[in-house]
Write a protein that binds this ligand. Structure first.
Ligand SMILES: CC(C)(COP(=O)(O)OP(=O)(O)OC[C@H]1O[C@@H](n2cnc3c(N)ncnc32)[C@H](O)[C@@H]1OP(=O)(O)O)[C@@H](O)C(=O)NCCC(=O)NCCS
Length: 253
């Protein structure tokens, strides 16, 4: 029986951080002789002030320049409000050494913050709900941020954080994992494709291009090979170049 998305989301939002940590059961975090990775699962209100500043700084270092001038650009104040919205949950990876075990989250200086993901359990539009007033929305785990520190990239941490978000989605009965990515962030688009993501049914660029290719097929019988979403801005046609982001998703069940 299909469960009501609103009820699923309400139940997921009632879970505590300890409940969510039990769902994730993170056993495979990388270890070297003197470093290990520790996961912290917290809701926005549980993130200490200093750690909030460290998360913002990592976000800004990774995304500040890239997002400037795009539809995703926001002021620091607006971004902090979005980042620490009460419904947001964080998975934060920190680095622990034998000399500094039991790292506290309000002490995130130096290279201790390796990366983080922020998510919300929510209902999202579907083609059905966009078209019909009584159309059914989808229960999703929306990945708002996925940020790995530059010194910690290429070690599998991004893939693990993404997989933690998907596990939280699956474990709470969400239908899919969803996210928004700038078309000019080619590296991230390739990363998501590599990890099983593709444009969601409500991705505006795809909807326009599907319509265009339907017209093209009936008139000329061919479609544009470069039109593949992972090519970012290069995949744009005149009709889609005003949209600077893609909405991607991955089915969880
Ligand atoms: C995108 C990002 C999260 C990837 O994190 P990462 O820790 O460097 O990636 P991983 O080491 O976990 O890579 C996981 C897999 O994706 C692949 N991958 C990573 N980056 C890739 C890229 N640019 N192109 C193709 N594949 C890539 C890896 O080869 C690896 O494959 P495997 O699982 O088969 O070994 C990281 O680069 C980042 O934080 N970038 C800046 C912030 C950003 O753009 N976030 C996304 C906003 S939408």
């Amino acid at each position: 029986m299909v469960q009501d998305p609103e009820i699923l989301v309400r139940k997921a939002n009632q879970l505590s951080s300890v409940d969510l940590l039990n769902i994730v059961q993170c056993h495979d975090l990388p270890k070297t002789n003197d470093h290990s990775v520790r996961i912290h699962l917290l809701s926005a209100s549980e993130v200490p002030r200093n750690a909030q500043e460290a998360l913002w700084t990592l976000f800004d270092e990774n995304m500040g320049k890239l997002a400037a001038g795009t539809s995703l650009a926001t002021s620091k104040g607006e971004k902090l409000e979005e980042l620490f919205d009460p419904a947001t949950r964080f998975a934060i990876y920190t680095s622990e050494t034998s000399e500094s075990p039991a790292l506290e989250l309000d002490n995130l200086e130096g290279h201790k913050l390796l990366g983080f993901a922020s998510i919300r359990f929510d209902t999202e539009d579907t083609l059905d709900s966009q078209e019909y007033e009584d159309g059914i929305r989808a229960a999703v785990v929306y990945i708002y941020e996925l940020q790995v520190a530059s010194h910690a990239r290429g070690l599998g941490l991004g893939r693990r954080l993404l997989s933690n978000c998907e596990t939280l989605g699956k474990g709470t009965g969400m239908q899919k994992a969803m996210l928004t990515c700038l078309k000019k962030n080619g590296q991230a688009l390739r990363f998501y494709m590599h990890n099983g993501y593709s444009p969601d049914e409500i991705d505006p660029t795809m909807l326009i291009q599907q319509e265009q290719s339907r017209k093209l097929r009936s008139s000329r019988g061919k479609t544009n090979q470069l039109n593949h979403w992972v090519n970012g801005e290069q995949a744009d046609t005149k009709a889609t170049s005003h949209i600077d982001y893609r909405i991607l998703s991955k089915q969880l069940k």
